[in-house]
Design a protein around this ligand. Structure first.
Ligand SMILES: [Zn+2]
Length: 75
């Protein structure tokens, strides 16, 4: 395990999927967004969140397919 200061947690940005630590001094990152995305206009961030959500879903689907290849019916 990595050493983590008390109260500091590794988080994943909702908008871009980047891993970041929060809270960090001198960093504007919030619980859900890294410092880069916090600086974005809210409506842009919303679109990024939507796209990132789909990427996460697709990644999960892909992982599931790789772990458990779909058995073709009748084969
Ligand atoms: Zn981000």
């Amino acid at each position: 395990m990595e050493k983590v200061a008390s109260g500091q947690r590794s988080r994943t940005c909702r908008a871009c999927g980047k891993k970041f630590d929060c809270p960090v001094k001198g960093n504007d990152a919030t619980r859900h967004h890294c410092a880069d995305c916090v600086a974005l206009p809210a409506d842009v961030r919303k679109i990024l969140e939507r796209l990132n959500f789909r990427v996460v879903q697709l990644e999960n689907q892909l992982r599931r397919l790789q772990e458990k290849p779909v058995s073709l019916p009748g084969s």
